[in-house]
Each structure stands twice: as structure tokens, then as C-alpha cells.
Design a protein around this ligand. Structure first.
Ligand SMILES: Nc1nc2c(c(=O)[nH]1)N[C@H]1C(S)=C(S)[C@@H](COP(=O)(O)O)O[C@H]1N2
Ligand SMILES: [Mo]
Length: 263
């Protein structure tokens, strides 16, 4: 499976998984599959992403698979729930400041100018007028204190607030029967989610963290935050939102990685 290699080492997928190595670890793979990691959508691409390391030699493959297996237990406990509501936490559990991640290092972020930034709306939306950062931050807020889980194997509880995506989509006259909502970011990142997740009560367009405006590394002025999706789905530095029935490929899906990544 050939794929492009993102710059940051933690995200570097193996150029390909040696089939004989996988055969040797059939038991572990079966175990991961039995637990229906990411709703059974685990692909080899997702595995390379989940392991986050170069699975070139036997030792690292075994370590990586064990890490995935254990991580899966943690994820199941943390977010895989029948009622589809992610657990919430007390304010005392919130990590401040939040923990940064992107597919590049924090020194390389390019802060956005909140005074000139506007949100572009596209696709199946009735009112496509642009929104300013001030307007977005003035919308009625919902607060989420949920666990952010990154597939690199770390997590933290964060406190994000902003308008519910469902309320925003209604306000702009979006077609709520459409299949997908797609996000374009100021870096070359893109993400997209299913409409059910877009309408989920724990899905917000966050403008604040710990009740203060979100700072540059964490997606100022607007980022997506969902209780029911893994870290990488939570697009930062959003510049455009589009509603569509055509599957919107994403930064990661284009490289063969798992798209749903949640409950
Ligand atoms: N635009 C953009 N959004 C992004 C990323 C990115 O590189 N660019 N990285 C994702 C990943 S992998 C994670 S874990 C979270 C990290 O969010 P945080 O820095 O707020 O903890 O952002 C996600 N959203
Ligand atoms: Mo992540």
C-alpha cells in the first residue's frame, strides 16, 4: 500500500506492511478485530496510523499491535457506549493548557487573524453569507468537558465551548438530510463527518477553551470539537464548512486511513 508520507514522524505510516509479519501476529490482529476497533472498520491503513510507528521490524510490530490492543480497551471504556453519548467530566479534571497536536510541530503553526478571518459556507446551505469570528463567538454556547483521544496513544480531558453544530446548521438553512459536513482548514488539513455526528448534541464549533478564547495552537478562531470522535477528526483553524451528499475525502482518508473514527 503506497501512500504519501506526512512530515511529522509520529504520523509516518509504514510504506507497506510486510504480510509475513502480519501472519506472525495473527492472534493479536484477530483480537483487535474481535473487539471491533472503530466499529470494525479497522483497515491496514488505520492500523499503520494507529500504531504510529514504523512497522518495519518484528519487534516494533509486536509492540505496536499490543499498544493498539490496549489502547482499544481504553477507548472502549472511554467512548464506545451504547447510548452514543461520550462521558463528561468535572471541571477539576480539565487539563490547562490543552495538549497540542497537528501533523507538524507547534513552531510551524500559522496563526490566523481573527479581525479579518471569515467563515465560508458552501454546498447545500440556504444562507451562504460569511460569518466573522466575533459573530461566531457571540452565538449561544454549549460547553463540552470530554476526553480528547489521539490515536498516537495519549489523551486529556478538555473544556471546549461554542455553538452546537446542529443549531448553526439550522440557522444557516443547511439541508439536514444531506449525508456529510466537510471542513476546510487554514493549513492543508481537511476533515468530514457524517450528518448524524454533525447533529449530535456533543458536537460543537468551539471558540473557547477553559472559558477563554481558544489560542492559536488549538485552532483560533474556530475549531470542531466532538465528544464521539477521535482526536484527528476535530478540525482546527476552520475556514470553510460545506454540506454535501458526495463523500468528502479528508487529509487522512486520502491516505487510506480510517474515516469514521468514532461512535
Ligand atoms: N487543521 C488541523 N486540525 C487538526 C490537526 C491538524 O494537523 N490540522 N490535527 C488533528 C489531531 S491528530 C489532533 S490529536 C487534534 C489535536 O487537537 P489539540 O491540539 O486541540 O489537542 O487536532 C486535530 N485537528
Ligand atoms: Mo491525533
Amino acid at each position: 500500500m503506497a501512500r504519501t508520507t506526512p512530515a511529522r514522524s509520529q504520523f509516518r505510516p509504514a510504506a507497506g506492511i510486510d504480510q509475513s509479519i502480519l501472519r506472525e501476529h495473527k492472534g493479536l490482529l484477530a483480537e483487535i478485530d474481535r473487539r471491533k476497533l472503530l466499529r470494525g472498520t479497522l483497515s491496514l491503513g488505520a492500523l499503520t496510523m494507529l500504531t504510529g510507528c514504523d512497522v518495519a521490524d518484528d519487534g516494533s510490530v509486536r509492540k505496536a499491535l499490543l499498544a493498539v490492543s490496549q489502547w482499544n480497551d481504553r477507548v472502549q471504556a472511554a467512548i464506545f457506549r451504547g447510548d452514543h453519548l461520550a462521558p463528561t467530566y468535572p471541571e477539576s479534571a480539565v487539563l490547562k493548557p490543552a495538549r497540542f497536536n497537528a501533523y507538524y510541530d507547534v513552531e510551524e503553526i500559522r496563526p490566523l487573524d481573527g479581525a479579518t478571518w471569515t467563515l465560508e459556507l458552501a454546498g447545500l446551505i440556504g444562507d451562504k453569507r460569511r460569518w466573522t469570528a466575533q459573530q461566531m463567538a457571540a452565538l449561544p454556547e454549549t460547553e463540552l468537558i470530554v476526553r480528547h483521544i489521539c490515536v498516537e496513544g495519549w489523551d486529556y480531558v478538555g473544556q471546549w465551548s461554542g455553538v452546537r453544530l446542529k443549531d448553526f446548521l439550522q440557522r444557516i438553512g443547511a439541508d439536514l438530510t444531506a449525508k456529510y459536513v466537510a471542513f476546510t482548514c487554514a493549513d492543508d488539513y481537511t476533515e468530514s463527518i457524517d450528518m448524524a455526528t454533525a447533529l449530535h448534541p456533543q458536537t460543537i464549533l468551539a471558540t473557547r477553551y477553559g472559558r477563554e478564547p481558544i489560542t492559536d495552537p488549538f485552532g483560533y478562531p474556530l475549531r470542531l470539537r466532538m465528544g464521539t470522535k477521535l482526536g484527528f477528526k476535530n478540525a482546527k483553524w476552520i475556514t470553510a464548512i460545506s454540506v454535501t451528499n458526495t463523500f468528502p475525502e479528508t487529509f487522512w482518508s486520502k491516505q487510506g486511513f480510517n474515516w469514521f473514527a468514532g461512535i
